[in-house]
Design a protein around this ligand. Sequence first.
Ligand code: GLC
Length: 464
Amino acid sequence: MAIHSLSVFAEDKPAAHASTPAPTPNPDPYANETKEQRDARMAWWRDARFGMFIHWGVYAVPAGFHKGQPVGGLGEWIMHGGKIPAGEYKPYAQEFNPTQYDADAWVSLAKKAGMKYIVITTKHHDGFALWPSAASDWDIEATPYKKDLLKPLVEACKKHGMKLGFYYSQAKDWINDGASTPNPNPSRTMDEYIDEIAVPQVRELLTNYGDAPVILWWDFPTAMNEDRAAKLIELLALKPGIIHNNRLLKIAPYGKVDMEKIKSDKRDPYSGDTETPEQHIPDTGLGDRDWEACMTINDTWGFKSNDHNWKSSKTLIQQLIDIASKGGNYLLNVGPTKEGLIPEPSVERLEDIGKWMAVNSVSIYGTQASPFPKLEWGRCTQKKHNNGTTLYLHVFEWPADAKLLVPGLENQVKSAAILANNEKLEFKKTPEGVELQVPEKALDPNATVIKLEILGEPKVTTPK
Ligand code: GLC
């Protein structure tokens, strides 16, 4: 009874209700998006499968060395790794004079490699802005070069039909005071940093470059909180349709993927559109979440003159295939020099990938993840169409007996052929699946693709 009267009492007090704060509006411009709207917005990105990451800034000047000594770790982290104070780091800007920068050549190279989009670091953790920013003097105007580096890239991308995204380090900033600065007595608070640097700069990036950017690649959420993230996410409304990643508010170290969170994801406002596994490829896909694995060609993102640990073209091609077979995108990095050149070993590898893509790209673009849990000899991607499904079998390990088993495949096969030269292959059903009679030797040492046309959606039984 006492309880009942208490609740009546509470309801009788409208003033208490009136003083309850109104729920904060969700700052995510996509909060009320339907699945159809989201699918339409993500369509180009899902089809693309392959993009170029560009890490470029003043760190290309020390290029892994400070005071003649090599500094370990990532090239773009040299300020941190070498404990270089701002007063010693800023003079490097005097040597940042990329007179050989040719945005058209970069975009042409990306295009030749088969890449469909580019993401460039407009400002990395050293806080340096590649464009003349009204919010900070620590920008391209502090160099002898002085001219905006983003504009030519925007123009070249437009000319070549390449999509362009901007990476922006929204919270980790070792030079603009107030963020995660090494300065023990910063002149600004973190909130002031967000208001005075991050928000105006992101606004500049979203409003000064015509149709670009189509992606905002946040990194890295040190000391972020919801209030700070809200001020940034709401700016995305300036570029309807823009895609953004999961690194605005929080992220597991190294882009490690939290599968439990993904499975339970109710699209919290700061989880963004894409997961960003870094330097690793998840064992399986990530369910309904869109994802993009970012990887380096050697061991650094920003240029280091002493990093010669280049992956082979074959490794890179197989990574691209592996990622596509799991339903993800591959964002492959280049780290240009202070002169504005993409290192030659990167160019050679991108050209090799391009040669493979020139023949096989239909097995990558617009494909979906493999229907097979595992294939001993390689990977598979698929495309569904009206009359059935095209399976693209990417053979990494060529069968010594020239018989390729597609394990557990139950569908009726319409045709089988080598994608590169359209050579028809014999096939037969066996109790284990479908067996293809293939040539003695692999056509392509990187990956030979076989195009298998089947009726209906793939039905695969897993061996007991
Ligand atoms: C990490 C590093 C950064 C790099 C990024 C790329 O977050 O801090 O240097 O830009 O990964 O994913």
